[in-house]
Ligand binder design. Structure first.
Ligand code: NDP
Length: 510
């Protein structure tokens, strides 16, 4: 008889006598309902899929560590950053954004870059992208924005009209659109891209002083991108190329790493700085705020099971530890709500107990109890309320972030669109990109925008022109648009431009 360890059982532990033939009444059947093993097997199979993430559905992940290489204790009291040489276990997940779980890794898209640090003071999540900026700067626009990057409700097809209609009506997207349509929108693999917090965050020390910071994870494998043609080919020949590349490099003992830097700004400077530092469509130019080295992240361990760790991984930009906190960025505020809300929907209210999500270095001592799938001891017989005088865990006021003076009249405030909103996209085009980068950027835009209605091509190309005249002219030429009309549209206010490019407006001549 087989050893007990090797014996097949039902999910309830009963040995299974046969897993190839169901119990039937006679050789021809029908199948008997007393074959409870069969019923359970089918029932569990029917429930194998959990909802895929609405965004960032396709991803790959790995474990590793973060090591401090430079002293930043002046700026933050975060314990995991307290000592040069200190190592903290991490789990990182990389992803595309708009595509479904089975979509190609080479799609043009920002890439998610999320890292969970299992620190002794709780899990700290850095939930960024491979681009330092974002399309929008107010979370109220996010569901609409994502709808336009997904499928047309009638055709279930990706739709260039939806895509460019929204973006051209959302001119603050111009910087991110420029990054996205550069070859950085199709990285050669997850190992060959940087990660950025994008948002500004707060670092504070134990003296109550604070700074505004942004983190940059720079790949040690060098940035490598695919051309549009290479990306299209890979989508057919190896749609999982980035997942495969990450897994194989770790499996063969070539662990990827990233050097981590911070940009650090004195809060006094923020008030007079030429950019709104809580606007995620802007970077802090390196010339103003140089990159300060902090540490190194190495990913050297593949998960033993994809579903357990990668599919069930639950990140949130709201997972802070003492020494790190939010800034008032309006886009970040929405994310502070949405991430854990999504996890409760996808994984259940006790998603934080799953091994990949649990605060394994800190432990959990809270008064949260019960809920579906509470699969630990539910904190036993300890008190389940606070305050209590029964020796339950107590809040520690010393970990609080410094008070922030935030005041204002409650209202809905629009950002005023100004030339500053086009400046950084223009700088990227004219000062950072090489001739080849610019040629690919224009080609990538033309190949995509060319599928949208002509009036949308005009509206969007006017925005490229506003970022930099040569940029707009080259896109216009590629699309065979009238450059004079593009210039005229670029000189208008956004309101006038929208009116001039409304359906049927062209006949009236803009
Ligand atoms: P710098 O010349 O100091 O930095 C430019 C940075 O741009 C590089 O360090 C690199 O950042 C990044 N970069 C290089 N090539 C590309 C490309 N083809 N597509 C996208 N990014 C690229 O200039 P500034 O700091 O003054 O910034 C100028 C512009 O560079 C910005 O407006 C922004 O568009 C872009 N940029 C700036 C970043 C910042 O945090 N300051 C970060 C990334 C881009 P990296 O090594 O991080 O890839």
């Amino acid at each position: 008889m087989a050893d007990k360890k090797q014996r097949l059982t039902t999910s309830h532990g009963k040995p299974v006598e046969n897993d190839l033939n169901s119990r039937t009444a006679g050789a021809q059947g029908p199948t008997l309902i007393d074959d409870v093993h069969l019923l359970e097997k089918l029932a569990h199979f029917d429930r194998e899929r959990i909802p895929e993430r609405v965004v960032h559905a396709k991803g790959a992940g790995a474990y590793g560590y973060f090591e401090v290489t430079h002293d930043v204790t002046k700026y933050t009291r975060a314990k995991f950053l307290s000592e040069i040489g200190k190592r903290t276990e991490v789990f990182a997940r990389f992803s595309t954004v708009g595509g479904e779980k089975g979509s190609a890794d080479s799609e043009r898209d920002p890439r998610g870059f999320a890292v969970k640090f299992y620190t002794e003071e709780g899990n700290y999540d850095m939930v960024g992208n491979n681009t330092p900026v974002f399309f929008i700067r107010d979370a109220i626009k996010f569901p609409d924005f994502i709808h336009t990057q997904k499928r047309n409700p009638a055709t279930n097809l990706k739709d260039a009209d939806m895509f460019w209609d929204f973006l051209s009506l959302t001119p603050e997207s111009i910087h991110q659109v420029t990054v996205l349509f550069s070859d950085r929108g199709t990285p050669q693999g997850y190992r060959h891209m940087n990660g950025y917090t994008g948002h500004t965050f707060m670092w504070y020390n134990d003296k109550g002083e604070y700074w505004w910071i942004k983190l940059h994870f720079k790949t040690d494998q060098k940035i490598r991108n695919l051309t549009r043609e290479e990306a299209a080919k890979l989508a057919g020949t190896d749609p999982d190329h980035a997942t495969r590349d990450l897994y194989n490099s770790i499996a063969k003992g070539d662990p990827p790493s990233w050097t981590v830097y911070a940009q650090i700004m004195d809060p006094q400077d923020a008030e007079s700085y030429r950019y709104d530092i809580f606007d995620i469509t802007k970077v802090w130019p390196h010339g103003d705020y140089p990159l300060i080295p902090v540490g190194k992240m190495v990913l050297d361990r593949n998960p033993a099971n994809y579903f357990a760790d990668v599919e069930q991984a639950a990140f949130s930009p709201g997972n802070f530890v003492p020494g790190i906190f939010a800034s008032p960025d309006k886009m970040l505020m929405g994310r502070l709500f949405s991430y854990h809300d999504t996890h409760r929907h996808r994984l259940g209210s006790n998603f934080h107990l799953l091994p990949v999500n649990a605060p394994k270095a800190a432990g959990e001592q809270s008064y949260q109890r019960d809920g579906q799938m509470r699969f630990d001891g539910n904190a036993g017989g300890g008190p389940n309320y606070w305050p209590n005088s029964q020796g339950g865990p107590e809040p520690d006021a010393s970990v609080a972030p410094p008070p922030l003076d935030l005041r204002g009249m409650a209202d809905r405030y629009a950002y005023e669109l100004t030339d500053v909103d086009f400046e950084q996209a223009g700088a990227l085009y004219s000062q950072v990109m090489t001739d080849t980068d610019r040629e690919h950027l224009v080609g990538n835009i033309v190949a995509h925008l060319g599928n949208a209605q002509e009036r949308l091509q005009y509206r969007q190309t006017a925005l490229f022109y506003k970022a930099h005249p040569e940029y707009g002219e080259r896109v216009a030429q590629g699309l065979h648009l009238d450059v004079a009309r593009v210039k005229k549209l670029a000189a208008m206010t956004q309101e006038e431009r929208v009116k001039a490019t409304a359906a049927g407006a062209q006949a009236a001549g803009a």
